[in-house]
Design a binder for this molecule. Sequence first.
Ligand SMILES: [Zn+2]
Length: 82
Amino acid sequence: MNRSKVEHCPFCGEESCSHQIKLITLRYKSIPITVKQPGYWCDKCGEGVIGGEDRKATQKKLQSQRLQIDGLLTYSNFYLDK
Ligand SMILES: [Zn+2]
């Protein structure tokens, strides 16, 4: 059995909230970053509860993505100024 248990969603109250990994898109300086975010996601309303451990799972990835974006922006600004 590897079905994770289903819980009541704190947002819509439906019993459709379970721990799963969902692809979500965040924005950093208007550039989208897609990460596989584990958390308690609701199948009904799409809202999710992301705990400390779940957040840690994506922190490193997000950090490196942000650095990459900062690098790109610095580079393009430099380029445009010329
Ligand atoms: Zn819900």
